[in-house]
Design a protein around this ligand. Structure first.
Ligand code: PEP
Ligand code: MN
Length: 349
């Protein structure tokens, strides 16, 4: 259930509501929107009815939320959530481009990539230091040394950074070096990890699981939010289907659907979705046309030499071309959908 406070509700009235919720043995979550504040109630409702709150001073209405994800639901908060990373606002009126290598391989590799993608309009740098590889014999990442290279490259290029954390024990170390923690597809339902990052005050980029339904993906976001961290960015990265010609199948409709179901920002990763460099641009354009608010793209100075995911990595030149193409698509979609409720303004600087 959510309690929608009146626009004019006072802090005192809000506190009274919170007290009442706690008296029922439930946990209130205050979500402050631009226009009004809502209070999400999570926990076993135990016969608690909207009537228990309707008519109380400061309360506009109490609404049951049917979806199993409550805090993530668009019913709980109608306006889009903006996740702030440094100077970058994800989910706002500008597209976000997160670019960088699959894995950080050396100081030179990450810093060369950082400068190149920044020049093409990327506003965040990615790079894996702890890699969730399918084979235990594949390159597993440089660990903390890699994180230090990433942080330095990001700082020098003026780009905030994102890197994946693959287990709860590594959360402290990874969060010390990066601006955004990534939860990878393989860990989307690692509930211990979700709870742990839910207790942090930093943005979390949550990838959709390889075989996760949209609802399971949103429930994973709910795990993080239920611990108090509302800064969640969702990333569609392709799902496993019977098709093997591409690495995964980009679920374009899920991008559009997620934009309807949740207020959280939704981006797409056309690199892991396709597995092929020459499909990354077309898939990225499709995701943006469907309403994605940004893209995560793997870029490597020399994809032939990449220690992981070379076949899907773009060269900096290819990335540059792709950004221009994606912006043209974004512009076209914007012009065609001026009336669309949830669509952001696609200006990009
Ligand atoms: C990655 O982004 O490096 C990655 C491993 O992606 P995913 O978890 O989507 O496979
Ligand atoms: Mn990769």
């Amino acid at each position: 259930m959510i309690i929608v406070m009146e626009r004019t509700a006072t802090q005192k009235q809000l506190e009274k509501i919170l007290e009442r919720i706690e008296k029922f043995g439930l946990e209130p979550h205050v979500i402050v929107g631009v226009a009004r504040t809502v209070v999400g109630i999570v926990g076993d409702k135990n016969g608690l009815e909207p009537d228990s709150f309707a008519g109380l001073p400061g309360v506009e209405q109490a609404v049951p939320i049917m979806a199993p994800y409550k805090l993530a639901s668009r019913d709980a908060k109608q306006e889009d959530t903006l996740v702030k990373v440094g100077d970058v606002l994800i989910g706002g009126d500008k597209l976000s481009f997160i670019a960088g290598p699959c894995a950080i391989e050396s100081k030179e590799q990450i810093s060369e990539t950082a400068h190149a993608v920044k020049a093409s309009g990327a506003n965040m740098l990615r790079g894996g230091a702890f890699k969730p590889r399918t084979s235990p014999y594949s390159f597993q990442g440089l660990g903390e040394k890699g994180l230090a290279y990433l942080a330095e490259a990001g700082r020098k290029a003026g780009l905030p950074t994102v890197s994946e954390v693959i287990e709860p024990n590594d959360v402290d170390i990874v969060s010390r070096y990066v601006d955004v923690l990534q939860i990878g597809a393989r860990n989307m339902q690692n509930f211990a990890l979700l709870r742990k990052v839910g207790r942090l005050e930093m943005p979390i980029l949550l990838k959709r699981g390889l075989s996760a339904t949209v609802e399971e993906w949103l429930m994973a976001a709910e795990y993080i939010m239920s611990e108090g961290n509302y800064q969640v960015i969702l990333c569609e990265r392709g799902i496993r289907t019977y098709e093997t010609a591409t690495r995964n199948t980009l679920d374009v409709a899920a991008v559009a659907l997620a934009r309807q179901l949740t207020h959280l920002p939704v981006i797409a990763d056309p690199s892991h979705a396709t597995g092929k460099a020459d499909l990354v641009g077309p898939a990225g354009c499709a995701a943006i046309a469907a309403g994605a608010q940004g893209l995560m793209v793997e870029v490597h100075p020399d994809p032939n030499l990449a220690l992981s995911d070379g076949p899907q990595s773009l060269t900096p030149q290819e990335f540059d071309k792709m950004v221009k193409q994606v912006l043209r698509v974004a512009d076209a979609v914007k012009q065609n959908n001026l009336e669309h409720d949830h669509r952001p303004d696609f200006n990009h600087s």
